[in-house]
Design a protein around this ligand. Structure first.
Ligand code: ATP
Ligand code: MG
Length: 175
């Protein structure tokens, strides 16, 4: 009999708002079930977001932000690449560890699409992950190679966003 896979691969992509918050909504649900959740945010981590504050004081969720300690103003692509690779190495360890039922790779699509991390490595790691581990990928323009092996893909379609009317990002809503 084929190995029972309990964990699934989820992709939240598209241009509309709701990808990262969908992943965190699921984390919230999973924590309520006593699961452990790891989040790696593949973003420039200079600003403290609401989710970072919340994760810090919430048991059961470990959140890391790529390149937390860097000065990103330098616009140094090599530094970005090094930070992305370091974050990906940590993600691999967390996926393999089986310490977490859910691993969220937030905005990893950018790191892949910029060529900072190797798509073949990502695909092979996802394929060979422990059976009970669910991985969530978020970010615009999810690569076809990942969508192909995903069990679930939801695309957030941009219909309306106040940003397009000149509004700024809102505290507690956007960050
Ligand atoms: P969220 O984190 O709110 O779920 P997201 O993960 O779907 O959003 P990203 O592409 O990661 O969206 O964008 C990050 C930031 O930009 C967030 O502050 C988000 O609220 C905002 N945002 C999301 N979609 C749009 C959009 N279509 N236009 C402008 N800003 C957006
Ligand atoms: Mg996001």
């Amino acid at each position: 009999m084929a190995r029972q896979r309990k964990g699934i691969l989820i992709v939240y992509t598209g241009d509309g708002k709701g990808k990262t918050t969908a992943a965190f909504g699921m984390a919230f649900r999973a924590l309520g079930r006593g699961f452990r959740v790891a989040v790696i945010q593949f973003i420039k981590g200079k600003w403290y977001t609401g989710e970072r504050h919340f994760a810090k004081k919430t048991p059961g969720i470990d959140l890391d932000v790529m390149g937390k300690g860097f000065t990103w103003e330098s616009k140094d692509l090599n530094k970005d690449k090094a930070a992305a690779q370091k974050a990906w190495e940590k993600a691999k360890t967390q996926i393999q560890s089986e310490d977490y039922q859910i691993v969220i790779l937030d905005e990893i699509t950018y790191a892949i699409n910029y060529g900072f991390i190797n798509i073949d490595d990502v695909v092979s790691q996802l394929k060979q992950r422990p059976a009970a581990v669910t991985v969530v990928i978020t970010g615009r323009n999810a690569p076809d190679e990942i969508v192909e092996i995903a069990d679930l893909e939801s695309e957030m379609t941009l219909k309306k966003h106040p940003y397009n009317e000149g509004h700024r990002a809102l505290l507690g809503i956007d960050f």
